[in-house]
Design a protein. Sequence first.
Length: 317
Amino acid sequence: MQEAESAYVHSADLLTAREARDLALLRELGRPRVCETAGFHRGVLLTRAVPGETLADEMTARPGETSALLDSALAALEELQGHQGAKLLRDSEPIDERSVAGVFRRKFNGLSADTYLGTLGQGRGLQEGERLEVVELVRHTVWRLLRMSSGLSPRRDTAVYGDLKPEHVFFDGPRLHFIDPALQWAAGPEPDIAKLAGRSLLLALGHPDRRATQQMVQGIASFLARNTTASAGRQRAERLREVLVLWLMDTVNILTTCLSAPAGLPLAPHQQTLVNQAWPVAALVDRVSALLVGSMAGPRLLDVVLGEVEHRAGSYR
């Protein structure tokens, strides 16, 4: 056992070792600014704290500025997602096991997936009737997304941050700092757009003030519209569809992770909020995934999806 552990922690392919190298590459690139590495020993990576408030905190405190805040976070990744970022990433090993689609396929492609789905919510305080409804909504969504996953672009020529959550971006006045990268290859910036928008949406739906929720949802809708309709024709439609599929996958990933947590395991406040809102979240992903199965595409699809999000936002209480 000790020999196996030693081989594991000294492996050059160790995820934390790759993350340490990726942080060094990002510091070489210079933008985005990332946290400093404090030390790396026996597979444990320590990083230094960065100044400022998280994007999650900023959006919660200033919901009317959600769109601009999201834009600034994505804009800080332009160099990473461009030629220089791709050139640097070729010298590293991507962290593909933390990709949205990779996590989704790992969780739901096996024979045990149906059993796993059937146990969701047990011991998490949900009424049994509600729990069973959530299970069915999530199950239908997973089946649809598995069929759609083969349509994700096979291109791999753009470097993306990979784990762009609102709590991984810090604002220190006009300066932004990023933590916990999961650099990987993609067809374009779609994975970063999808995770940033989707996790921000869950944050908005958990806000205690309804007006703030509406402002945040509207800001996220504007952000999505700007960043999925810039291309022309078929390319625009394909980019939008990829963002929506990845958004749904990531939402299902985090929802099922929280619902499957052991009964005695305490959850972080935002995770417990998600458990409390399990039914409306499951209903939303079910409805949007059903829209993606249809023939609707392009700006019309985005309008309908965003309308569905805004409509359901009123029931998240």
